[in-house]
Design a binder for this molecule. Structure first.
Ligand SMILES: Cc1cc2nc3c(=O)[nH]c(=O)nc-3n(C[C@H](O)[C@H](O)[C@H](O)COP(=O)(O)OP(=O)(O)OC[C@H]3O[C@@H](n4cnc5c(N)ncnc54)[C@H](O)[C@@H]3O)c2cc1C
Length: 463
């Protein structure tokens, strides 16, 4: 039972209604965790209550109460975050936006007006009914739209579509004071002053609660294809990837993985990886409005594959086959999750991906371990899983993680291209971003959230 004083709970009940204030331990349990790997996931504090506002006004009232009593508020979307961002670590309130899930499609303007608690899956479904789509696909469809914006999520299509930030035309944000900030419009261009919305995109729940967004939609692609190009050497695979990218050819996705990684995922799903030849693969997804363009691209891919000495490429335009291939690729994360200490989302400049992976292989050799490596070679974002190797201490696993980070940093990269800082990467902030970054962020936070009620203990290091 929460130690939050009874009068505060009563005030919250008066705002959202009795049903929407959850105090029973069992019912709270599912709001305490996210998808962060078990090895690094913070221990949640159980001394919280869950509050589920149904409107922007209710979010504002809840924040006013929290501010008045200086009670921490942990905003929660779909709980699919991978860095502990939504996990409560101080006694207080978990604010779940699950009731705020309306999606309105304005097809004439190709804009979705979405409440922040709507799932990404729901946004896709609603857009689809109007023959429209949200072009980026930043991972888990159980994520909420608010969470995707708060984390500025990426995904495998970023090479062509960019990340979530590129689609946010307008935002409604409730500040910790309870004031409501309306930013942007349904327009594609908007030059009316400093674009404050971008301050909240990627702010990981520490500056304000995103309650609504205008998102830009596009007409659905008419034609898609998926091509797997196998190679007998990693070097050849990367040479081909570079040749494609540097030629100006922009696929929807350009992914790399090796046989061991992809077969682990196929086995987990009870499927077979259909490509028998080669041990290193490029997976290229194409999406175009015109079929002729798609065919020209397929021909071009075939030519590059042969010039770069690939084995026999496999190409399909069949929906079911494309879905199966994508499923096997997408479930790599899940297939490794139970033995993963931490999943990293290191990102390096485009031209350095091959060198980064060579450095990872060097770490593998030195420690005598398997470091599954795969990901978005098309945008430099490569996932590395550090596993729970038998006989390795926590310190050793952290040392391996640091070695992967250092490999990225030495090549001009960053330690996170997708998942963010959240809780688990706070300890690297000082070393990597420096005191001035921290001070500037603290000043910004103090202006918007002087009582530090929103997501305390996340992103910024403890003072
Ligand atoms: C299988 C799987 C695949 C994934 N693939 C990708 C991928 O390809 N690319 C990628 O970038 N990520 C990926 N992720 C990570 C995750 O889906 C994203 O980080 C996503 O943006 C989290 O959204 P959420 O609603 O689940 O947020 P939550 O986990 O609920 O919260 C994440 C953070 O956002 C804050 N937050 C949530 N809602 C709001 C709001 N309305 N206002 C203010 N702050 C808010 C929370 O306080 C927290 O700090 C994947 C995760 C899984 C499990």
């Amino acid at each position: 039972m929460s130690a939050l004083p009874r009068p505060i709970i009563n005030e919250l009940r008066a705002v959202v209604g009795d049903t929407w204030v959850v105090v029973e331990e069992k019912a709270i349990e599912r709001y305490l965790y996210d998808e962060t790997a078990y090895g690094v996931r913070p221990q949640p504090i159980k001394d919280v209550i869950v509050v589920k506002p149904g409107s922007t006004e209710e979010v504002a009232e809840v924040l006013r109460i929290a501010n008045k009593y200086k009670v921490p508020v942990y905003v929660r979307g779909g709980g699919t975050g991978l860095v502990g961002g939504a996990i409560p670590i101080k006694p207080g309130i978990v604010m779940s936006l699950e009731r705020m899930d309306k999606v309105i499609i304005d097809s004439e303007n190709m804009v979705a007006e979405v409440e922040a608690g709507a799932s990404f899956g729901k946004l896709l479904e609603e857009a689809d009914k109007h023959n429209l789509m949200f072009p980026a696909h930043p991972g888990d469809e159980g994520a909420s739209v608010g969470g995707l914006i708060a984390c500025n999520a990426g995904g495998s299509r970023a090479v062509k579509t960019g990340v979530v930030r590129s689609y946010v035309l307008g935002l409604e944000v409730v500040l910790p004071s309870g004031e409501v900030l309306k930013l942007g419009a349904k327009t594609i261009k908007n030059n009316f002053g400093y674009n404050l919305a971008h301050l909240f995109i990627g702010s990981e729940g520490i500056l304000g609660v995103i309650t609504r967004a205008y998102l830009r939609l596009y007409p659905k692609w008419g034609y898609t294809a998926t091509v797997i190009i196998p190679f007998d050497s990693r070097v050849k695979a990367f040479r081909a990837a570079k040749k494609l990218l540097f030629s100006g050819f922009i696929p929807l996705a350009l992914e790399y993985f090796d046989r061991r990684v992809i077969e682990t995922s196929a086995k987990y799903l009870g499927l077979q990886w259909p490509i028998k030849e080669g041990d290193y693969f490029l997976m290229i997804m194409l999406a175009e409005a015109l079929e002729d363009t798609l065919f020209l691209e397929l021909e071009y891919l075939d030519r590059v594959a042969r010039e770069e000495e690939s084995l026999e490429p496999f190409a399909t335009q069949r929906d079911d086959e494309q879905k199966t291939l994508l499923k096997i690729r997408s479930e790599i994360f899940s297939s490794l999750k139970s033995e993963t200490f931490d999943i990293l989302d290191t990102t390096v400049p485009l031209g350095n991906v091959d060198r980064f992976i060579e450095n990872i292989i060097d770490v593998e050799k030195r420690y005598g371990i398997w470091l599954p490596v795969y990901g978005h070679v098309g945008d430099g974002n490569v996932h590395v899983h550090v596993l729970n190797y038998q006989g390795f201490s926590r310190d050793q696993l952290e040392k391996i993680t640091e070695e992967v980070y250092n490999a990225a940093l030495m090549l001009g990269g960053v330690i996170t291209g997708e998942h963010g800082i959240g809780y688990i990467r706070r300890k690297y902030v000082k070393r990597l971003l420096g005191d001035t970054w921290i001070e500037t962020m603290r000043k910004l936070k103090a202006v918007l959230d002087p009582n530090n009620v929103l997501n305390p203990g996340k992103v910024l290091p403890e003072e």
